[in-house]
Design a protein around this ligand. Sequence first.
Ligand code: MV4
Length: 448
Amino acid sequence: MIKKVLIANRGEIALRVLRACKKLGIKTVAVHSTADRQLAHVKLADESVCIGGPNPKESYLNMPSIISAAELTNSDAIHPGYGFLSESEMFAEIIETNKFKFIGPSSKVLNKMGDKIKAKNAMKDFGVPCIPGFDGVLPEQPDKAMLKKVNEIGYPIMLKAIHGGGGRGMMVVENESELANSMNIVRTEAKNAFGNGDLYFEKYFDNPRHIEIQIMSDEHGNAVHFGERDCSMQRRNQKIIEETQACGISREEINKIGAICSEACVKLGYTGAGTFEFLYQDGHFSFIEMNTRIQVEHPVTELVTNTDLIAEQIKVASGEKLSMKQSDITLTGHAIECRINAEDPNTFIPSPGKIESFHAPGGPGVRIDTHVYSGYSVPPYYDSLLAKLITYDKTRELAIEKMYQALSETVVQGVKTNIDLHKKLLRTDFFTSGKYSINTLTKYIKNN
Ligand code: MV4
């Protein structure tokens, strides 16, 4: 039984986790940096502990400090949110050995999914469709075996770092003359960013959609999926709009890939919430990686499936069986999320500072997940997400119109935001028609 949860995160997700704990009658501990004393969830938590300086390394990434806070407050479990330590094998392992509960999968599973080749080979074994490529560690320089595989796959290929993520440590290679040099570049980049320069490659997909499947599994061998999200509306690996249900993909297709994902979770010994990321092109799903955490965009799934994924995540971590069967889960209606960031609309550079006034939109089917209030100062040390605005309605058209209205009602003064960009995007042909890929937003911004 979990009686007290330490929330090892900040911002809107810390508040979201706090709300789920309150609903379940679980005590909460907020941990925060010296720059985050003003956060709403710090004031609402039963206890709060300052864990270090404003730099994430001193606080939200500071494992000894967080574990000390858990000891000090007698917490049972730690919720890592997203980002920071949420996918850290070492953090999960330290929590496990100190007899706290990590609200997420085991350190063993985190190790496997954190290594893209291990993850891919496991998924292939479980029958998850993967992208053809070289599914081992590449040699220092192209050798006979590697070139044979490249020629079998055909150019273009994509070089990827085994420990890559967030769009770093990958490069498209168009022909053999670029191959050796590109390998050196990606390897150096990966060594610097992830401390590991191991590479693999795959066939390059030039215009895919980014579709992901939400899953949840318990400690008793049960797993379910909650359908898909289309997260293609992104720029430089930063998603800005997510929606479900995905345009033009049938329920049969989703249920088929969803069942493969939930079966894979059981075989993997996965526990908790997770997401299978796919590229979707020419009517086919191809696995790219698994996210072993709750994601920013989980609310759209909560709205169309009428579930509280964070509460379910906590219940599963406390050893309960999943409260639903696959047949209980149906997707009804349409939900869209717009990420409202404090950023310059032209340069996309973060725009920290004091929010002089803030007014949230409302009405039926309008949800806003935010930690922001009038007078709040956005610190410069963290990501620029101010609020997630989510609308829900019977049809996609109605959800879009509701979103446009909600964005028009929203007031954020004092910092620059991307609200106007969202309003413009909702009126583009590619968005209203639902015909967009991972390249669409970048192209739009270049031309407007
Ligand atoms: C790819 C790809 C095309 N072909 N793999 C980007 C981050 C990482 N999660 C995997 N990524 C990609 N892998 C092959 N074989 C294109 C991307 C990609 C991407 C994928 C999803 C969402 C946004 C993206 C932006 C650029 C590139």
